[in-house]
Design a protein around this ligand. Structure first.
Ligand code: ATP
Ligand code: MG
Length: 434
């Protein structure tokens, strides 16, 4: 009974841990990055692809590999209550793009360059640069087998760092060779780690015979010495694999793109072969990899397509933006052109068409609309106009409107004189702005 008389304020519902709202003004930096990336992709002839956020769980289990961190412990998987399907929120999007390409025979007429942007989901411990919903921008060159395309996608990312004004992003590359070479290395790895059973943690022991390559990207400090001493894949590469790596390196050299060969670089998914690479920075603490990728020549057939080689990368948007912030290079938020100060709600039918005309002419205008109490006072409207960052106040007062006019006041520059324009002549003023 008393509950009805004194309603309690409802508990707040907050966002899921590790999943962030991206709010203004920060969202403007996201948009600015997206605009730059779209232009970059256009210049490299990559076309946009948008695939579902939810995919069949089997796609990732088969594509990424059963014994990987992502599949074993990071996926948001669930059963569709309505039909029992096993589904997963995508933890990455290479598998999804390949699925779409196969499903729609995108490679029927030859190779295809595709890019995407969007959220990915991994159940990880949230920390700086590591979230449960995060965003990737990715590029996939499907149907290309030549080493020059490996180099081309690396050059594309390299150019983006340059255009964003980011320095100190270090490129590391390695080769994972071909399956037969991997098998020989695998045997050597197992032998090596079996001889050091005592330092292996439980996970490493379990993975030793299932997927020994995964031991190499363990972050367990106690295992680092024995990982460091493990046989290197690069020593098992045949001539063709070496030649492929050399071609990539020579193209990078010819472009003056510095890199380090890191024979320990393995990547977390099983689908890679030959070239793998990461762009790493020391400026973001331990989450230093901003972009990572490589060649995956066997994934397309594994997903049921006609065999075709491919290479690509994905970058972590949060980390790139964080790095931009570290550089003090966050893009400027475009300021509002004008704020309309309107004294009487009754004049809106006369004022709104003028604002519409301005917006049509490319001018950004925020309108003072009525609030619960009606129109705020002139003084408070001017305060808001000032706080909005607008360059000009458009004053639609009773005198102005009676004369079919508007007064335009500069809010930022005292040297610009106040002017009065006929409403019908506002187009000319709009022109003068740009
Ligand atoms: P890490 O070693 O940092 O876990 P990863 O090898 O799992 O990275 P990839 O699967 O290669 O990462 O994804 C490519 C990029 O996406 C990473 O380099 C990183 O910038 C970003 N990324 C991956 N996982 C996350 C996450 N949980 N939160 C934010 N960004 C992420
Ligand atoms: Mg990871």
């Amino acid at each position: 009974m008393s509950e009805m008389n004194s309603p309690r304020k409802a508990d707040k519902i907050v966002a899921v841990k590790g999943m962030n709202d991206i709010l203004p003004p920060e969202s403007a930096a996201w948009e600015a990055l997206e605009v730059r990336v779209r232009d970059l992709m256009r210049r490299f002839a990559f076309e946009n692809v948008r695939t579902p956020i939810v995919e069949p769980t089997a796609l990732f289990v088969r594509g990424l590999g059963e014994v990987t961190d992502i599949v074993e412990k990071e996926m948001y998987s669930f059963e569709d209550r309505l039909n029992g399907e096993a589904l997963t929120l995508r933890p990455e999007n290479t598998a999804g793009v390949v699925r779409a390409a196969v499903e729609h025979s995108l490679l029927y007429n030859g190779p295809k360059r595709l890019y995407y942007m969007g959220p990915m989901f991994r159940h990880e411990r949230p920390q700086r640069g590591r979230y449960r919903q995060f965003h990737q921008i990715g590029a996939e060159a499907l149907g290309f087998g030549g080493a020059e395309v490996d180099a081309e996608v690396i050059l594309m990312a390299h150019l983006l760092w340059r255009e964003l004004g980011l320095s100190g992003v270090e490129l590391q590359i390695n080769s994972l060779g071909q399956p037969t070479e991997r098998n020989q290395h695998r045997a050597a790895l197992i032998q090596h780690f079996e001889a050091h059973q005592d330092v292996l943690d439980e996970e490493a022991k379990r993975r030793l015979h299932l997927n020994p390559l995964r031991l190499l990207d363990s972050k367990n400090p106690a295992m680092q010495a024995v990982i460091e001493a493990a046989p290197k894949l690069i020593d098992f590469l045949g001539e063709a694999s070496h030649a492929h790596l050399e071609t990539v390196k020579s193209i990078l050299d010819a472009h003056g793109v510095p890199y380090t060969l890191n024979p320990r670089l393995v990547r977390g998914m099983d689908y890679y072969n030959l070239t793998v690479f990461e762009f790493v920075t020391t400026k973001l603490g331990s989450q230093g990899t901003v972009c990572a990728g490589g060649r995956y020549d066997y994934l397309i057939e594994q997903i049921g397509g006609k065999p075709a080689p491919a290479v690509g990368w994905a970058m972590g948007v949060e980390r790139v933006l964080e790095l931009l912030k570290e550089h003090g290079a966050t893009p400027e938020v475009p300021s509002l052109d004008a704020f309309a100060v309107i004294t009487d709600v009754g004049s809106l039918p006369q004022v709104m068409p003028v604002l519409q005309m301005l917006r049509q002419a490319g001018v950004s205008v925020q309108m003072q609309a009525s609030v619960a109490e009606g129109m705020p006072s002139m003084k408070s409207q001017f305060k808001r106009a000032d706080a909005s960052g607008a360059r000009f106040a458009l004053v639609f007062g009773p005198d102005e409107l009676l004369a079919g006019q508007v007064t335009i006041k500069s809010l930022r520059d005292a040297n610009i004189p106040q002017v009065t324009h006929l409403l019908s002549g506002i187009g000319a003023w709009a022109q003068s702005l740009h």
